[in-house]
Design a binder for this molecule. Sequence first.
Ligand SMILES: Cc1cc2nc3c(=O)[nH]c(=O)nc-3n(C[C@H](O)[C@H](O)[C@H](O)COP(=O)(O)O)c2cc1C
Length: 179
Amino acid sequence: MKALIAYSSGYGATKEVSQKIGQVLQQENSLQVDIISIDEVDGIKDYDVVIVGSSVRADRPLANVRDFFRRYRFVLPTKYVALFAVCLAAKDEEGREKVKREYLSQITDKYPQLKVVASEAFGGKIDFDRLNPVMQNLMHRVLDKTGIPTFGSVDTRDWNFIRSWAENLGQIIASAKSG
Ligand SMILES: Cc1cc2nc3c(=O)[nH]c(=O)nc-3n(C[C@H](O)[C@H](O)[C@H](O)COP(=O)(O)O)c2cc1C
């Protein structure tokens, strides 16, 4: 089985989560995994499993993720698909449910023919000092009322949770292979 992790990451947090998931799948499930920025994917026909990871901006998966699903809409239904988002709203269980229900559903509802074997939301990371003033303002508005600080560096990624999701995904893929 060969898996692709295609990620869309503005500032690197989603890329690091993708690398962790890839590492678990490689080490514990002996899967062959390519981890590629979604903009650099030039075909998916060689893969049995396609895992797509997206950061979130203004309540939506990034545009290149939406483009990816449109571009490969006829091929993706022949693959096992897994999806994950990395964003600040997913900092706890309630937030994760909201992100799945409101953000990831923008993709799964649009392409009901996909064989989605797993989808999850992981807490994100942001360095406010790296944002330009326009982005900082946008983030103040996004985070207003969430209780998440809007200064310094905030990292809500839970690496144990990410690891156990990847382990579970590996098992799902392994049973799909033998089934
Ligand atoms: C301009 C901007 C808008 C954002 N909008 C949202 C949002 O609507 N919901 C959310 O949960 N997180 C939002 N975030 C937080 C990012 O999703 C989070 O920091 C993520 O981990 C960034 O991943 P990346 O480093 O891979 O880009 C936003 C971040 C930025 C910079």
